[in-house]
Design a protein around this ligand. Structure first.
Ligand code: BJW
Length: 241
């Protein structure tokens, strides 16, 4: 359905979710056996949960940060990095993921709207600093020295990062592509409607249809490591015609 349009595509916004990193060995949230079956979301992904039991939350994120050392980007991450290098138009890659697999796959410009595991946020001075160690021991903030660091991730009830830039790009894009996200969490789940209002074509790439699948002009089903490289090949070959 996107066929006749691809050659004219000049501005693409891509949204990725946990599904793009699943084949690298990172658990998704809502799939069978996913993170929300192992932990209560209210306990580990809300400011209230952190206030109730900071050790539990710091440990949850310390473990996930450490686990990043044992995973590697897959062909889907690498294909999006190739698209960034070779696509002549404008591309904005927005990820809900807190892992660093897009960067390790070669992408240079990535908006982490839900924050990053390898970043710390100081609850006292609000500085964000690169962070690779654990936080359970309450290390001092590198800026204000208070022992008030938390994972620099966006929990329920908090405002995601870079919303102004994302909405601006959605308002002017020709094509919006959603990859490996369940469409269960807002505001990201609403991006497809924003893009449609702006007149963009919309494409979903997912293992199974997401909650908002009917909102997309086209859905292609399959593992990200297959469908993403295929789609990138298509975009780049049409652009070269
Ligand atoms: C594959 C695959 C393979 C598997 N290949 N695919 C009522 C109505 C509407 C909204 C609300 C409401 N009540 C409250 C809200 C707002 C709330 C919200 O959305 N709640 C919902 C539960 C309803 N949202 C918020 O609070 C957000 N803030 C906010 O709204 O601020 C106000 C605001 C106002 C106006 C503008 C802007 C903002 C904050 C949300 C924060 C979410 N945080 C988390 C944790 C981050 C840190 C961490 O990682 O621990 O973000 S929750 C979790 O869900 C994480 C993810 O980024 C996010 C989305 O999950 P994702 O990526 O979609 O993963 P899954 O597991 O759900 O899906 C995996 C997908 O992969 C599936 O589709 C599979 O099929 C697929 N897949 N293998 C391809 N091999």
């Amino acid at each position: 359905m996107l066929e006749g349009l691809m050659a004219q595509v000049a501005r693409i916004v891509i949204l990725t979710g946990a599904g793009i990193s699943a084949e690298s060995g990172i658990d998704t949230f809502r799939s069978a056996g996913g993170l929300w079956e192992q932990h209560r979301v209210e306990d580990v992904a809300t400011p209230e949960g952190f206030a109730r039991n900071p050790d539990l939350v710091l440990n949850f994120y310390d473990m996930r940060r450490a686990a990043l050392e044992n995973v590697a980007p897959n062909p889907a991450h690498e294909a999006l990095a190739r698209l960034e290098r070779e696509f002549a138009g404008e591309l904005l890659l927005v990820t809900q993921n807190v892992d660093d697999l897009h960067e390790r796959g070669g992408s240079r410009q990535v908006l982490h709207m839900h924050g990053e595991l390898k970043s710390a946020l100081c609850s006292a001075c609000e500085m964000r600093s690169p962070w690779h160690a654990t936080m359970i021991e309450r290390p001092p903030c590198p800026v204000c020295l208070a022992p008030t660091l938390r994972p620099d991730v966006v929990w329920f009830g908090e405002m995601p990062y870079e919303m102004g830039r994302i909405y601006q790009a959605l308002e002017t894009c020709d094509l919006f592509v959603s990859i490996g996200t369940s469409g269960a969490v807002y505001p990201a789940a609403g991006f497809v409607q924003e893009a449609r209002v702006a007149g963009a074509r919309t494409l979903e790439l997912n293992f199974e249809p997401s909650e908002g699948s009917r909102l997309f002009h086209e859905t292609r089903l399959g593992p990200a490591s297959m469908v993403v490289p295929q789609w990138v090949d298509e975009v780049l070959s049409r652009a070269a015609e």
